[in-house]
Design a protein around this ligand. Structure first.
Ligand SMILES: [Zn+2]
Ligand SMILES: [Zn+2]
Length: 176
């Protein structure tokens, strides 16, 4: 069985603690969202309540993102805490799937006595990724005219391009 899968069928105690580190390449991620750039440390306590398993813990790693302004790759540390309740997923029980009312608690499903830790860690990494990743708060982005990365280069475009609204104001001022 993959090291990313947790066999809860073997679990005898009501609570278990897992501390594991996974090599960066083990965890699959959508490369367009983020790339795992360091080993992934998982620390989690698993609490069993009959057929339900509550996983509380945190995921730590470093991801590589693409800046939405300058398109350069940069690294961002990830430390995400999670609290997920796993319910057994049985075919045909879809209509009975309980709605969990506590907003702070997310729910997931497991099948065949196996909880997918890979999916859990992947989701935590995705959650950590900002909507508009920026390599730094004041990233200056790319010049819309020539494509130069304005963090590292200067170009002539900005100096010659005049906002037409400003130009109109200038004209008004001259006319007065
Ligand atoms: Zn940037
Ligand atoms: Zn330019």
């Amino acid at each position: 069985m993959s090291e990313l899968l947790l066999d809860v069928g073997q679990m005898r105690d009501p609570e278990a603690r897992i501390e594991r580190s996974f090599a960066a390449g083990v965890l699959p991620t959508d490369q367009s969202i983020c790339r795992i750039a360091a080993p992934v440390a998982l620390s989690v306590s698993v609490r069993k309540d009959r057929m339900q398993f509550r996983l509380v813990g945190r995921v730590r790693t470093t991801v590589e993102l693409t800046c939405s302004r300058c398109l350069e790759a940069y690294e961002m540390p990830v430390e995400e805490a999670f609290d997920v309740l796993y319910l057994p997923h049985s075919a045909g029980a879809a209509g009975e799937e309980r709605m969990v009312e506590d907003d702070d608690l997310s729910t997931a499903f497991y099948e065949d006595n196996v909880i997918d830790l890979g999916q859990l860690m992947q989701e935590q990494c995705y959650l950590a990724v900002p909507m508009k990743p920026l390599c730094r708060e004041d990233c200056r982005g790319l010049c819309p005219e020539c494509g130069a990365n304005l963090n590292t280069e200067t170009c002539e475009c900005r100096q010659t391009w005049v906002d037409p609204r400003l130009a109109a104001l200038e004209q008004l001022r001259k006319d007065e």
